[in-house]
Design a protein around this ligand. Sequence first.
Ligand SMILES: Cc1cc2nc3c(=O)[nH]c(=O)nc-3n(C[C@H](O)[C@H](O)[C@H](O)COP(=O)(O)OP(=O)(O)OC[C@H]3O[C@@H](n4cnc5c(N)ncnc54)[C@H](O)[C@@H]3O)c2cc1C
Length: 227
Amino acid sequence: MGEAHADIADLAVVYAVTDREKGSFGGLTAFLVEKGTPGFSSGQKFEKMGLRTCAIGELVFEDVYVGPDAVLGGVGAGTTIFSESMVWERICLVACHVGTMERLMEQAIDYARTRRSVGKPISKYQAISHRIADMKVRLEAARVLTYHSAWRLEKGERNVALDASITKLFVSEALVETALETVQVFGGYGFMVEYEVERALRDAVGSTLYSGTSEIQRNIIAKWLGL
Ligand SMILES: Cc1cc2nc3c(=O)[nH]c(=O)nc-3n(C[C@H](O)[C@H](O)[C@H](O)COP(=O)(O)OP(=O)(O)OC[C@H]3O[C@@H](n4cnc5c(N)ncnc54)[C@H](O)[C@@H]3O)c2cc1C
């Protein structure tokens, strides 16, 4: 799969196997590889369903040599660095999704209050108002979960990787659901590019893939449960 900002980044964090026998326990090392390093280049740029303002592309490595000063955190520390980065990413990234969910809910409320059908605003139909009530429930649950995990991360609490996976899984799936429901509240206009809620839905789908798919988050949670 591609790397975000592959074609514009000046620096890439690259994980490589440095000791096959040790595997993930000391056999992976993180390297900082700078743009301009011989053999290192960006390849194909990918067209995406959403998040089109964030470019994604391939990084190409052909006989790349880097010196000891490119090693990040010591030889064999790759797994630890990766795991810690993922915890930060999974907790902090979803804060943006909480904001998006709030905006979508506000848009749905505004639209439902103004759009009239059979003599009254569609907000007066329970089928619509309950949809929006569920958006509010998902939003507040996502917010509390995100703040709670961020607080535990800041305090250096134990087992925060579990919180990170729970938070990433819940908030990203809540975002997709909220975006889809917003499209439904907008009716046919929800499908039109002009109203921009279809864009929110396309962008939302990516959130269940990057930083570890929903399936991988469930695997992690199941493992913490001893399954
Ligand atoms: C918008 C976007 C930005 C990205 N940015 C970056 C980036 O900056 N850096 C980077 O390194 N990567 C990035 N990625 C890649 C992303 O992390 C991977 O696409 C993602 O982890 C899934 O890996 P994969 O594509 O190889 O899918 P696969 O691993 O091939 O998975 C295919 C399907 O099988 C399921 N699956 C795979 N293995 C298991 C398993 N063990 N148990 C259960 N189900 C499984 C997956 O959940 C998925 O449904 C980005 C992806 C996207 C969409």
